[in-house]
Design a protein around this ligand. Structure first.
Ligand SMILES: [Zn+2]
Length: 407
């Protein structure tokens, strides 16, 4: 069976073209929102190559569409909803049909296949099972392969560790910042993290640096995989998965058309130029979004066949989100850039405070300050105030970490 991972380029192009054409016609006929948005546009001449001629869909559009104004199907065909966005203001609702749930599962199954996860694995799913989509995609796929699933959800780190030991967890699904919290609690319990049976980790939901990855892998003696995905596109694990050779993220082009645009002008950018990632869902049913501005910052690394054999487009790992961008003294950077410097010195707990100045608070030795400062100047071009703190003084997170504070 062709599971889509190793589709040939011609096949990808053909299916993209076909599905885009179908999706545009479908949303035009079934969504009042898109019928209005596409008024006066000849949709028949839109192809993956000139898709940038279509207008964007924004988070604000989704907010205004609450509760189901953008849905393309009647209510009785919806089988579930998930939610994205903050705790204040109008929520962003993403409805699913049965086919959409299947699609979510199929995409996570691609990830499992690449990571070599099978029915012999014990999969501990720590993201939440709730409206904020985290755990369900992992669950659907793990269930489909008859793996041993521990749908534990977030929190209670001691219990997480106990279950890992007692049930022999081999695969951990988590936000990228959670493993280091697990390591810390394990050490408090007198357990070396490398003694835990976890062999593979699927980590996502927030940008994480290569240095942090090295630290996690050394600490646990485990292999990590970056699993991207956003609720608006159907959930964690839908849009792509990390290349097994770590050449970037392979984006499933038979399901999503991926562009990178200039966040200011909205103009499409070339390969190697960093900007905002824009997605078009071409294989979804309840609410396929056309040219959705994700707020994620990355670049297209390659459109060529990868050495791993995958011919889907390669996107760089997510560097940050447009709303996490810090501009200071004319220098533009993201929390992940700060993290990558700190993690080189073994620092994993930190907070960035941005006001009229940039302050970086970290748990570590005062004596590291001169070297850190030198690296901040050299690699980012900033001169932050550095504050060394004792262990335990920075807040810990079991879900998405909040490390950037604007004052
Ligand atoms: Zn690859």
């Amino acid at each position: 069976m062709n599971d889509g991972i190793y589709m040939r380029r011609e096949e990808i192009e053909e299916i993209k073209r076909k599905r885009l054409r179908h999706t545009l016609k479908y949303v035009y006929e079934n969504s009042y929102f898109y019928r209005r948005k596409f008024e006066g546009i000849d949709l028949d001449r839109i192809t993956p190559e000139n898709i940038h001629e279509l207008p964007f869909t924004t988070k604000q559009d989704l907010r205004s569409a609450y509760p189901l104004k953008m849905s393309c199907v009647p209510r009785n065909r919806i089988v579930r909803i998930q939610m994205s966005g903050g705790t204040t203001g109008q929520p962003v609702i993403v409805p699913y049909t049965r086919k959409d749930v299947e699609q979510w599962k199929e995409m996570v199954l691609r990830a499992f296949k690449i990571a070599g996860i099978s029915s012999n694995d014990v999969i501990q799913i720590t993201p939440a099972f709730g409206l904020w989509n985290g755990g369900f995609g992992f669950h659907f796929a793990a269930d489909a392969i008859n793996a041993f699933v521990i749908p534990i959800g977030p929190g209670n780190t001691r219990n997480q560790i106990r279950f890992m030991l007692d049930f022999g967890t081999t695969v951990l699904c988590a936000t990228a910042s959670y493993p280091l919290r697990i390591a810390e609690v394990a050490e408090e319990l007198g357990i070396r993290p490398s003694e835990l049976p976890v062999e593979k980790m699927l980590l996502g939901a927030e940008p994480w640096s290569d240095e942090m990855r090295r630290k996690i892998e050394e600490t646990f003696e485990a292999v990590t995989f970056d699993i991207p995905g956003l609720t608006e596109m159907g959930g964690v694990g839908t849009v792509g998965f990390e290349c097994p050779l770590r050449k970037g993220l392979h984006m499933w082009e038979d399901n999503y058309i991926v562009e990178v645009v200039d966040p200011k002008t909205g103009e499409p950018l070339d390969e190697g130029e960093e900007g905002e990632v824009v997605y078009t869902a071409i294989n979804r049913e309840a609410m396929p979004l056309i040219r959705y501005r994700s707020g994620e910052v990355s670049e297209i690394l390659s459109k060529e066949r990868c050495e791993c054999g995958i011919e889907h487009i390669t996107l760089g790992r997510i560097r940050g989100r447009t709303d996490d961008m810090i501009i200071h003294s004319g220098v533009k950077f993201y929390p992940r850039d700060v993290e990558s410097i700190l993690a080189r010195y073994g620092i994993v707990h930190y907070r960035i405070e941005v006001g009229s100045d940039v302050r970086v608070l970290f748990e570590g030795e005062q004596s590291l300050v001169p070297r850190l400062l030198r690296d901040f100047r050299e690699f980012i071009g900033i001169n932050p105030e550095l504050v060394a703190l004792q262990k335990g003084q920075i807040e810990r997170f079991e879900g998405k970490a909040k490390r950037l504070v604007r004052i």
